[in-house]
Design a protein around this ligand. Structure first.
Ligand code: C2E
Ligand code: MG
Ligand code: MG
Length: 238
């Protein structure tokens, strides 16, 4: 019923403070309920399998938005899209991604697909193959919510990952909780020593940002820089 829409949240480069990417976040604009958050309907969409066509719609919509931004001179912006485990298991998944990239003339290197640790753990050998094929298309891969899943470090070398996104849980109390600060710092170091770029999620204050900056975190995302908003309200870089 055309009730789904995407919001976009900026990611900034820590060094320059420039907006370098947008993460596409799904919303359901329900006629009676209002805006429904993804946590309230994605689990059900996964259960029923509807996440497969919804996920294709999200990817296509995000790539179309990127095309519009390219046309208005914002070609350097990157786009991040979340995946669900169910999509990764779908046989036609890589072909679908390839088709959407072609249809929207999307530069593959500017698309990052976000996976979670549990998606990597659930997967058998075929997950590695799917991720390798995505990498062959030129798409980048990120682990979302890093540190809250199974955190088997073995998969960091086994899977072709480009980026780690430190979960908001470790950022929230980073100023007060020395344990959280130590974990965030360790994830940045671990990522860098494996040649990965590290993103901090859920940065809400200048003080949190300063700590992450001191730890050498590459990118940051959170309400401090901008909430998820409709494309028309996205703070495009100059
Ligand atoms: P995520 O990918 O980890 O997205 C980050 C979530 O944190 C978003 O919630 C965002 O609005 C919220 N957030 C960002 N910055 C801050 C902050 O500074 N403080 C706080 N408190 N929250 C912040 P949202 O949009 O409700 O999305 C929740 C989750 O739903 C996402 O987590 C992602 O796992 C999933 N999701 C969203 N869109 C899609 C989609 O298109 N496909 C799939 N499979 N999953 C999606
Ligand atoms: Mg995400
Ligand atoms: Mg996350």
């Amino acid at each position: 019923r055309a009730e789904l829409l995407l919001h976009f949240q900026p990611l900034v480069e820590v060094g320059s403070g420039q907006i370098i990417a947008a993460e596409a976040l799904l919303r359901w604009q329900h006629p009676q309920l209002g805006v429904v958050a993804p946590a309230d309907f994605i689990p059900l969409a996964e259960e029923t399998g509807l996440i497969v066509p919804i996920g294709e719609w999200v990817l296509r919509q995000a790539c179309e938005q990127h095309r519009a931004w390219r046309a208005s001179g914002h070609g350097r912006l990157r786009m991040m899209v979340n995946l669900s485990a169910r999509q990764l298991r779908d046989e036609g998944f890589v072909d679908m991604v390839s088709r959407v990239l072609a249809d929207t003339a999307m530069p593959a290197g500017q698309l990052t697909l976000e996976l979670t640790e549990s998606m990597l753990m659930e997967g058998s050998g075929c997950t590695v193959e799917v991720l390798e094929r995505l990498r062959t298309l030129g798409v980048r891969l990120a682990i979302d919510d890093f540190g809250t899943g199974y955190s088997s470090l073995a998969y960091l070398k086994r899977f072709p990952i480009d980026e780690l996104k430190i979960d908001r849980l470790f950022i929230r109390d980073i100023e007060r909780n020395s344990g959280d600060a130590a974990i965030a710092e360790a994830i940045v170091k671990l990522g860098h020593s494996l040649g990965l770029r590290v993103v901090a999620e859920g940065v809400e204050s200048a003080a949190q940002f300063a700590i992450l900056s001191a730890h050498g975190c590459d990118f940051a995302q959170g309400y401090h820089f901008g909430r998820p908003v409709a494309a028309a309200a996205f703070p495009l870089p100059d």
